[in-house]
Write a protein that binds this ligand. Sequence first.
Ligand code: UDP
Ligand code: MG
Length: 322
Amino acid sequence: MTPGPGAPRLRAGHTLSLVIPMHNESAGLEALFQRLDAALGGLGVGLEIVCVDDGSRDDTFDRLRARATHDPRLRLVALTRNFGKEAALTAGIEAATGQLVVPLDADLQDPPELIGEFITLWEQGYDVVYGVRANRDSDSAAKRLSARLFYRLFNLLSDYPIPPSTGDFRLMDRAVVDALRQLPERNRFMKGLFAWVGFRQVGVPYVRPARTAGETSFGYFSLFRFALDGLTAFTTLPLKVWTGVGVIAAFLAIVFAAVIVGQVLIGGREVPGYASLMVVILFGFALQLIALGVLGEYIGRMYQEVKGRPVYMVRERIGFDR
Ligand code: UDP
Ligand code: MG
């Protein structure tokens, strides 16, 4: 599928689909469209802008609708409530029709100026070109640390490593998008799915600026849930590790028992040890609770998957008939 040297991959009729999930992004919409026009006007490829309103409580959707009356590039998908960014992205990627698809944050943290470079690399034969954050200066220290820990842990446990400091901002060929669409899971941890599908991928470093307007939708608690979603979706090691822990604990218990029996036989003395007994019992009890908790995390998610509910519900679609 790699085009030979000189055979341009971009053909007449190809379009670039931007997929922009939006949750309460009204304040930054004007700036967003201005930047998009300035950055993408000269790319020489038709543009489709898929905006997914993820249950915004401000007037994001009204503004988009007004804009769509005079901007034929706009395609709007309004979800029936807030389904979360992963679901909104899924909705947008499924609605996009372009040969090239680029998910983009609405707050301009993913600089659209980079897309030209993405396309150049795609022309060279890469199917996925992803942005890699050159630094995390626009993040708080706590966020930097937790992100580092997450990528370490994820890539240690998962068979499908995610390049650290990579977000959803990337350019994907149609073939990749079609592969993504075949994945049936309800839990859409997109970064993991992007890694899982494979293809020829390459990273481009960029500096991620702070949000232009509005506020982040992700507090620490939702980031923690998000990390758990990702880990449980792509690794089963936390489930399996308990067999090993159990075997080791049992072994230690046997050794301990032998030591006690030996002490009684040789020394003939009463074994002291209310304190050590309590420690062992409490420690064993805690281990069991942790193991049960891990099981719960997985079973809860399996329950979600088994129900097979759609990932999102659409209230309104605008602009798809032109
Ligand atoms: N977003 C969304 N649904 C949500 C939360 C966020 O569609 O439930 C969108 C949001 O509008 C933005 C993108 O996802 O376009 C990234 O969100 P945000 O900037 O709040 O996250 P951060 O950059 O702080 O990680
Ligand atoms: Mg942001």
